[in-house]
Design a protein around this ligand. Structure first.
Ligand code: SF4
Ligand code: SF4
Length: 156
């Protein structure tokens, strides 16, 4: 499945992704309404954009009392707003803290990948966001992790 891949080291916290998302979904430039959030860690001096990773076991959907969260055939985890009662159980259940809430509608909201062409990716000028096929194979993940550790130890 294609997902939004974050290259954290390239993020400058310009927040164009948040503006693109809120305008695309809500028609206004308001980072508070964005489904992708740039987390800033001032003391550690790094920024980390986070959004739904459409995880396989989908704990948000498991706890939803009204079955308002489902997986589309393409793998996207989607909130069915007409079913949502705004209890926020899914916000508590998400291990990544990325399920959001639309206060004006009183419903949960997460990244819907813009139907397969994410706006945030298009507007991320530094290239910190990429829409790419994500490896689900364990061996491939181990190889990727090993390469990250190797680069870190080599100081590159
Ligand atoms: S807030 Fe909505 S989507 Fe989330 S658990 Fe409650 S009913 Fe389900
Ligand atoms: S909102 Fe959280 S728990 Fe639900 S699919 Fe996305 S990352 Fe997983």
């Amino acid at each position: 499945m294609k997902q939004i891949v974050v290259h954290q080291e390239k993020c400058t916290a310009c927040r164009e992704c948040e503006l693109a998302c809120s305008f695309s979904h809500e028609g206004v430039f308001n980072p508070a309404l964005s489904r992708i959030r740039v987390n800033d860690f001032y003391e550690e001096q790094f920024y980390l954009p986070l959004t739904c990773v459409h995880c396989a076991d989908m704990p948000c959907g498991t706890v939803c009392p009204t079955v308002a969260i489902r997986r589309d055939p393409d793998g996207t985890v989607r909130v069915l707003e007409e079913r949502c009662i705004g209890c926020k159980m899914c916000l508590l259940a998400c291990p990544f803290g990325v399920m959001g809430f639309a206060p004006e509608r009183g419903v949960a909201q997460n990244c819907d990948l813009c139907g397969g062409d994410p706006e945030c990716v298009k507007f991320c000028v530094p290239g910190a966001l990429e829409f790419a096929e994500v490896e689900t194979d364990a061996k491939a993940k181990q190889k990727f992790f090993a390469s990250v550790v190797h680069r870190a130890l080599a100081g590159t």
